[in-house]
Ligand binder design. Structure first.
Ligand code: NAP
Length: 318
């Protein structure tokens, strides 16, 4: 019979560090004085690794855990986890899908309205004391009834679309596979979607095929009246091209929760009033983070007690 041992590679929320020790012996690698030396001596004892979707796992760490069987990750995106190494070591992987859909979709709609109606810019205007000096901020652009394009129509994209329907928006989406069961029109090309829509929301995963999918040409197609909202991953957008399009007025504005090199944000964006910048907080509510942590614990428990994960990721090459 295997004695399971859990390694926590990075700092995790207290609910996880408090609950996991009830399932098996737990070691927090990041709090050890010399993690590398520790792994050399004890790496073979661990069977389960718990990490986060943003901290991820690299090939070097996996090589130091020869008896590892499962990785349980906090978050739905797993682009920071080296999938080649996961496959090479024949590991199973879980993430935390669905429980965060509502909060990420809420944030996407909030970010869209903030960006297009200039809420954060208007807030700064009032705080600077500019209202009594020079009057209110200038009129902005209407949100309701506009054309919304979604790049990605998965779990989160569909919740965003349902919310946008409440704003009487006309909705279309681009994915590799059309979903005829959904009431929204599929566009076979991202370029066509960008040409058609007023607002483009990015809601697809970061993968080799989505890397820099939002190119300078896509931004040009979105146009000087168009807005880009990204709540997915920074690498889906060519960030240099985005900065240029915002500087030249080829794009009306952008709302960003994610960046190519987080937590680094291009400094050029800091002074742009037509851009709203958030620090990757899509799922960051007490309720949703608690649900995500519970799902990680449930995945670990299920793996330890029954040998399978509750929400496994398909790690085979697609
Ligand atoms: P999902 O259910 O897997 O949906 C992904 C969608 O993207 C699918 O519609 C998929 O359709 C589409 N897609 C994948 N590759 C594509 C490609 N090459 N071209 C066009 N479309 C493509 O994922 P989800 O749960 O909705 O999450 C989406 C992403 O949001 C996550 O991967 C994560 O990175 C991000 N996220 C961010 C936050 C935040 O805090 N900001 C929070 C949660 C999630 P096809 O397969 O048919 O192409």
């Amino acid at each position: 019979m295997i004695t399971h041992k859990i390694l926590l590679a990075h700092p995790l929320p207290p609910s996880l560090t408090n609950e996991l020790p009830a399932l098996a012996s737990v070691v927090e690698l990041h709090s050890l004085p010399d993690p590398e030396a520790y792994l050399q001596e004890k790496g073979s004892e661990f069977t389960v690794l718990v990490t986060t979707g943003t901290d991820g796992v690299d090939a070097a760490l996996l090589s130091s855990l020869p008896n590892l069987q499962a990785i349980c990750s906090l978050g739905v995106g797993y682009d920071a986890i080296d999938l080649d190494a996961v496959r090479a070591h024949d590991l199973v992987l879980s993430n935390t899908p669905d429980v965060l859909n509502d909060c990420v979709a809420d944030l996407a709609i909030g970010l869209l309205i903030d960006t297009v109606r200039g809420l954060s810019a208007a807030d700064r205007h009032v705080r600077r004391g500019d209202w009594p000096r020079i009057g209110p901020t200038k009129p902005t652009t209407r949100v309701s009834g506009k054309r919304l394009g979604l790049l990605g129509m998965g779990r989160i994209g569909q919740v965003i679309a349902r919310r946008a329907a409440g704003f009487d928006m006309d909705i279309r989406y681009h994915t590799r596979n059309a979903k005829p069961e959904l009431p929204w029109q599929h566009e076979a090309s991202l370029m066509n979607l960008a040409q058609w829509c007023d607002f483009l929301i990015v809601a697809c995963p970061a993968t080799p095929t989505t890397y820099h999918m939002v190119t300078a040409d896509v931004l040009k197609a979105l146009g000087p009246q168009g807005y880009l909202i990204n709540i997915a991953r920074g690498t889906v957008v060519d960030e240099n091209a985005l900065v240029t399009a915002l500087q030249t007025g080829e794009l009306a504005g952008a709302g960003l929760d994610v960046y190519e090199h987080e937590p680094k944000v291009p400094v050029e964006l800091f002074t742009m009033e037509h851009v709203v910048l958030l620090p990757h907080i899509g799922s960051a509510t007490h309720e949703t983070r608690a649900a995500m942590c519970s799902l990680v614990v449930d995945n670990v428990r299920s793996y330890l007690e029954q040998g399978h994960l509750l929400t496994p990721v398909n790690v085979s090459k697609t």
